[in-house]
Design a protein. Structure first.
Length: 90
């Protein structure tokens, strides 16, 4: 539970910083007398910030669901146990 809060806090700060940077870059490109390329870079940065935040929230939600349902166990662990016990040698 504590790791989920830490992950969510990190995603929130990183996404917020990226969002603010994107808004500033977009504003400079759109309202300033500089290259219009900055407008596209600002839009891309804002979209990236939203994507990073949504993926972080998705990972935290997935981790919470796996902990509550008890499916945290790796499938590779069970597969290794099955193959190790089913091999018979002479």
């Amino acid at each position: 539970m504590n790791t989920s809060k830490d992950m969510l806090k990190a995603v929130k700060y990183y996404g917020g910083t990226l969002l603010i940077a994107g808004i500033i870059i977009f504003s400079i490109g759109f309202f300033g007398n500089v290259s219009s390329t900055l407008t596209g870079i600002g839009i891309g940065t804002v979209m990236g910030a939203i994507f990073v935040f949504l993926m972080g929230v998705f990972f935290v939600a997935t981790e919470e669901v796996l902990e509550k349902t008890g499916r945290r166990k790796s499938k590779l662990d069970t597969l290794a146990k099955v193959t190790a016990t089913s091999i018979k040698t002479k």
